[in-house]
Design a protein around this ligand. Sequence first.
Ligand code: MG
Length: 379
Amino acid sequence: MTARIESLATRLIRVPLQRPWGPGVTSISIVETVVRDTDGAQGFGFSWTPSIGAEAAQALLDNDIARFAVGRDTDPEALWPELWAHLHEAGSGGLTTIALAGLDLALWDLAGRRAGRSLTALLRDAPGDDEPPIDPEVYGSGVNLHYPLAELVAQAERWVAAGFGAVKMKVGSPELADDIARVRAVREVIGPDRRLMIDANQRWDLERAVRALDALAEFDLRWIEEPLRADDLPAHEALRARTAVPIALGENVHTRYRVEEFLRAGVVDVLQPNAVRVGGVTPFRQIAALARTHGVEVAPHLLLELSGQLAAAFPRTASRPLVEAVEDAGFEHLGILAEPSPVVVDGDRMHVTDHPGLGLRFTAEPATTSASIPRTDTL
Ligand code: MG
């Protein structure tokens, strides 16, 4: 008889950011999850959210998700659709999928530990696929709209010194002239050959986006990320007809069904699913496959230590997948990993280490039962 889920425990970890992402974002939250199966084996996963909903995600895990999951098979791909349907009245995506990821990741970790194989190796386990894993390209990124110009320039200089061939900065200043000055300054620092991406974090409406991209296109943009409110598909269709700048989005599109609507509409050039926000490895994998059928590049959003492992399992393509390194914000840099990082970054290259499962354990002792969850405010 196959092992079943015996318990699910969680622990909320609030991690101060050494380089705040804005006046209101000075920490990120991780809900560590620990699954134990009926053979006594454990799997470790996590849920994550920068600023909103950590306690709510933890509560979903401790209550609705744990009650549904305990006693069921540990196969993440079998459990995911049933659990998603069970949670659906609370919303098809967002908090429900952020919470669901905590269990899905722990089950993938459990499967990897049982098999003695890394997540990347598990995901690449296709017949005839004996090529070595891909080494994704790491790009430099910063949450820097609030940086004074001199600080932004200094960050761009650090990216160049670090060896990145592609970098990403924020746009969406109240005055377009400021965005123009900032993008020009970064382009001057990085020179004509490095790729430059800009990210508006949904700050524009259609007319502002058109005006801004008309002005910023001269700086040779690899992509504009989230130019518009992420829910507004018609506005993206209108924008697509009015700019030649490639459009990247996906970090706030939470289900494969919604992703498919954007792909079908032909408004996405680079899809950026966030592996936690979509609900874990199981749906991420489906979404990445969907993008491939539409011929759309996939560049996983944030979470370098997880995204790097997922991207390393992509099928080989002409170009290496891009993964994002936000300055000083990786789990390893934040000092919260209890073991060596499962991905090693060297300049703009990264490789996955040989480790079982996800290889992501967090510092300090995890809770052993959901009834005794230490709710730490700081580490
Ligand atoms: Mg973004």
